[in-house]
Design a protein around this ligand. Sequence first.
Ligand SMILES: [Zn+2]
Ligand SMILES: [Zn+2]
Length: 120
Amino acid sequence: MHPHYRDMMLDVDSMSYEELLALEDRMGFVSTGLSEEALLSSLTHSKYFLFIEENALKESCSICQEDYEEEDELGTLDCGHSFHIACIEQWLRCKNICPICKSTGLCTRLGIASFPQFSM
Ligand SMILES: [Zn+2]
Ligand SMILES: [Zn+2]
């Protein structure tokens, strides 16, 4: 590779969700995320129930920063972290890592959508 181009290579793993979205806007679909089939078959769904405790910390979704509401539908990753189902599905389509602990989001044999190497 010509050294001149090295800095222009995309490093999607270090990009934020917003940056990835902006990139998709510019370049069309870019993905290091999961396929739709993998998402549907591997993501654990559950509902959030508020435990009424005094001084209990309300949990919130780390992707949209909103507090969970009673009976919100959540998706749980292999690492045990949970997010709104809509938020985490959108996230996993971009990249299959946990937004909190950066471990692999879902281990699935259906695998990761292939990411073509390209320079800008
Ligand atoms: Zn959310
Ligand atoms: Zn995690």
